[in-house]
Design a binder for this molecule. Structure first.
Ligand SMILES: NC(=O)c1ccc[n+]([C@@H]2O[C@H](COP(=O)([O-])OP(=O)(O)OC[C@H]3O[C@@H](n4cnc5c(N)ncnc54)[C@H](O)[C@@H]3O)[C@@H](O)[C@H]2O)c1
Length: 335
């Protein structure tokens, strides 16, 4: 019989690929997403349409920050034995969080608490949780970032609310019999990329002939390809098969920081088109560099990130071109 997994944030950028990975591995996937309006609902609906073409996917449209919704969700799943919960639903984005901290408290902290409370109450859920966290919690630490570093500085509500969600998970591990794997993702990119992130914005600017703005000439990121991140997330389920309590924090990155200005050069090659680039001041709310130590992921998850930036960007570009042409129709308007 097929195993069941509950994936929150299933119509999000990473969630979509994590769902595909579980479906490929013959799971029945229950995806929860309220398709919030942090960015284009069209993009989220497009991912939902693609997911719904799989017989093994069931969508549950609930808001995890609303207790009543979470109760309905758990009532709906009453007769399903859930093997794993992958909790990806969150409000992302560092910059937006500075002006809208309440949304981050609601969707990253309250929603996580609600989810864990309900799992704790329900006997048909196995308490095996994979929780998405972020490299943003490392800000202020020396490079490369490894999982043992002390988390001591926060430059955004996004970072501190994600760290709070890690601590909620640690509480349920310490006091109740939860097993938890926290994955700290590093700047994920790939097909159907999140629209508020650099890779989406830069390709859009290249195609539409708009100026690209870069926050500092040396800014660099440990870019992680989304299908690598999804595979690692699936692999994390293997850590629950041992008959012992688990609490692990694992970086999911590439161990290969790339300067944003170099990334843009490869994007120009991929798009076969260039546009003007303006380098501005560094931002106070984000680090100049990120760099993941991924030894733990290599050892525990058999993780081996793909290194072909050109090919990964090409797949990303093609997916976005298709999205802009066929779904959004925005390129048609400028040609
Ligand atoms: N993309 C990255 O580079 C990156 C890096 C580090 C960490 N992360 C983490 O990975 C996870 C997924 O990020 P993403 O880039 O796919 O973001 P995303 O915004 O594309 O996906 C998150 C999804 O969660 C849903 N959601 C949010 N609040 C909800 C709620 N209260 N109830 C139900 N659904 C809700 C949203 O509608 C969205 O579809 C997040 O936890 C994020 O913090 C992402």
């Amino acid at each position: 019989m097929k195993k069941n997994v509950l994936i929150t944030g299933s119509c999000g950028f990473i969630g979509y690929f994590v769902c595909l990975e579980f479906l490929k591995n013959n799971y029945r996937v229950f995806g929860v997403d309220n398709l919030n309006d942090y960015y284009s609902k069209l993009m989220k609906n497009h991912r939902l349409t693609l997911l719904s073409q799989n017989k093994g996917y069931t969508h549950l449209y609930f808001d995890l920050s609303v207790k009543k919704d979470v109760k309905f969700l758990f009532d709906r799943l009453k007769n399903e034995e859930i093997e794993y919960v992958v909790h990806l639903a969150a409000y992302p984005g560092v910059q937006y969080s500075l002006k809208n901290p309440q949304k981050y408290i609601k969707n990253n902290i309250v929603a996580t608490q609600n989810l864990f409370d309900f799992i704790n109450k329900h006997p048909y859920f196995k308490k095996n949780i994979i929780l998405a966290s972020t490299s943003s919690v490392y800000t202020g630490n020396p490079l490369p970032f490894n999982e043992d570093l002390c988390i001591k500085e926060f430059r955004s509500p996004y970072a501190y609310t994600k760290f709070a969600s890690e601590n909620i998970a640690r509480f349920f591990y310490s006091v109740y019999d939860f097993n938890v794997v926290v994955l700290r993702y590093f700047t994920v990119y790939g097909p159907l990329n999140r629209p508020d992130m650099a890779v989406y914005k830069f390709f859009e600017s290249i195609l539409k002939g708009k100026t690209i703005y870069v926050r500092g000439k040396d800014i660099e990121r440990d870019f992680t390809y989304v299908e690598d991140a999804a595979k690692a997330t699936f692999q994390a389920t293997k850590l629950f098969t041992l008959n012992q309590k688990v609490f692990e924090i694992i970086n999911i990155g590439s161990d290969n920081p790339i300067k944003v200005l170099d990334l843009i050069k490869v994007m120009f090659e991929v798009a076969k088109k260039e546009t003007k680039v303006v380098v501005g001041e560094y931002a106070s709310f984000e680090p100049v560099s990120t760099w993941a130590n991924i030894e733990k992921a290599r050892k525990l998850l058999n993780f081996s990130p793909s290194i072909d930036l050109y090919q990964n960007l090409l797949k990303t570009f093609r997916s976005l071109e298709h999205y802009w042409n066929e779904i959004e129709g925005s390129l048609l308007r400028i040609h």
